[in-house]
Write a new protein. Structure first.
Length: 247
């Protein structure tokens, strides 16, 4: 292993430790509860050491957001490996997004705050560039499945839509459904009787039917597909979720 690689290893480990502690503090106290001074009091590193890794609190938040996007990308790629049709794969990506939000609610919500100008503009150029590159990579994982669907003839792109618009529409629908029905939020009126998994699948199928993406909802046993997601694709995540729900 080259010397520079050896030197980077402890630096990366230390950076991860700092972010892990920051995440732990935010989970307990919210974003407002995180300050550099409080962080220094909870890690075995000096303020100067922390500033060697992060320029400010906002840089830490953006770093956490970037780590979250990378983890999502890995999960999306795994979802896209599902042994099924392109429509089953794109639905698996939405299902993966839901699982991630339930297993990592703080990171899921952090994406919202980290995108605000008050945070993103204060982050270092390095982490802002990383964030944009990671977002592009995440979008590409969705576009790959859309391209597969078009190539296989599972659906045809309508004249007024681009693949990127389809990807963004699906991403937005999943994000909005998860956000409105997440178990960490209070529910009122019509949302009270709605279950996140069921409604995410319903909304995705409504949109995919609208795109004429086959197989249509009524032409396929989607309950069986969901069972396969749980047993074959995401057994570890389902196990972790059950453990969280019983604690």
């Amino acid at each position: 292993m080259p010397p520079e690689t050896i030197n980077r290893c402890p630096l990366k480990t230390r950076e991860e430790e700092i972010m892990d502690k920051a995440l732990e503090m935010m989970t307990a106290q919210g974003v407002a509860g995180l300050t550099i001074d409080k962080l220094v009091a909870n890690v075995p590193y000096s303020k100067g050491t922390i500033y060697n890794h992060f320029t400010c609190k906002e840089d830490i938040l953006t770093g956490l957001c970037n780590r979250s996007v990378q983890n999502l990308y890995d999960l999306f790629c795994h979802a896209a490996s599902f042994n099924g049709s392109s429509r089953e794969k794109i639905l698996a990506i939405g299902y993966a997004y839901m699982l991630y939000s339930l297993l990592h609610p703080t990171e899921f919500m952090l994406v919202i705050s980290a995108k605000t100008p008050s945070i993103f503009e204060k982050a270092s150029d390095k982490r802002r560039e990383q964030h944009l590159a990671l977002e592009h990579k995440l979008l590409d994982s969705i576009l790959h499945v859309i391209s597969e669907g078009l190539t296989e003839g599972d659906f045809k792109l309508q004249n007024h839509l681009s693949p990127a618009q389809v990807a963004f529409a699906l991403w937005s629908m999943c994000f909005g459904t998860i956000l409105l029905l997440h178990e960490s939020l209070d529910r009122c009126s019509v949302r009270t009787e709605m279950k996140l998994e069921r409604e995410l699948i319903n909304h995705a199928n409504l949109m995919l039917d609208g795109l004429n993406w086959q197989p249509y909802t009524q032409a396929h046993d989607w309950n069986e597909t969901i069972k396969q997601y749980k047993t074959d694709l995401f057994p570890n995540e389902i196990r972790q979720l059950k453990q969280l729900q019983t604690t």
